[in-house]
Ligand binder design. Sequence first.
Ligand code: OSB
Ligand code: MG
Length: 370
Amino acid sequence: MKLSNIELRRIHLELVTPFRTSFGEQTAREILLIGVTSDDGTVGWGECVAMSEPLYSPEYVAGVETVISEFIAPRISQRGDLIAGDIAEILKPIKGHQMAKAAIEMAVLDAELRIQGINLHARFGGSRATIPSGVSVGIFSSIDALLSAVQGYVDDGYARIKLKIEPGWDIEPVRLVRELIGPEMGLQVDANTAYTRRDFEHLRQLDAYDLLLIEQPLDTDDLLGHRDLAAAIDTPVCLDESIESFVQAEDAIAIGAAEIINIKPGRVGGYLEAVRIHDLCVANGIPVWCGGMLETGIGRAANCALAALDGFVLPGDISASRRFYSRDIVLDPIEVNSGEVAVPSAPGLGYDLDSDFLESITTSVQHLSL
Ligand code: OSB
Ligand code: MG
């Protein structure tokens, strides 16, 4: 297809409850949506996972808008006819900016699949129609508040709990949550880089609580630290922030720094690279699971298709829409039933936009003619 227009649409969504991690607290999500229109009039949407500030990764919403309008759109325009599978190669000269590239590829993929009348799940070939749903639980100001939130998610039927941790909020909350949910339920922790190589003895205390994994305890660039930690503790070490490409996944696996990998399509430059990393992990016996970035129904729909692939052997951060938002921008927001979410099957990424609501929460729109 040939694209005639790229739309950059910023939306503002309030969170139902503040979400605090070791890198900051969010009470709302500023999200950049990318709309592409093909020459036959088909529209596809991509959801960029960058946050407002560069606290999780170097990318941020305003920066993504700039890199798309100044560097990505001209290259796509110059290329002319293309398919989603060409985007990574067209954009390769631009260093980094995985989230911006992923969002464009996602929008083109949506348009391409809509033209073909097939769904992303069918294109990826995953065999499951439903996938287990995990929930990510933030840091609270009191243990009581944490425990009542976790109990609520247990009552909602989630298949596993992920607790955000940081120094001062780790061993004791984990101990009490394990006591609350019992020995059978899947429990894991995510530090978002809050620890250092001096914390191995401390983190070893987590081994007592039968965790599925500890996610990204050390700095993004500290692969050797993660290798050494993996050797020092029993809890499997999982990488999130550190894996921004297929080659980084290969390296981390080769040196023993990644016993498990959290795959986030936005962080690795797109869904097609995410599938390649999944295949690499399967070939190396590395379990993977699908991470989340507080996506709306657009991003969650695509994450479901990815997480339906066989190598995704652990529940993903694919919680119900209502876990973060009181109203979604899609008409059929994701729901959790008996711990599972249904993988969408409609053409494209598989969502249907709630256009009126989308308009009402739009804070800016920019059109780039190609
Ligand atoms: O580290 O997995 C993370 C949200 C924003 C940024 C980073 C992370 C997260 C989550 C959210 O844990 C999970 C979700 O979207 O449900
Ligand atoms: Mg994480």
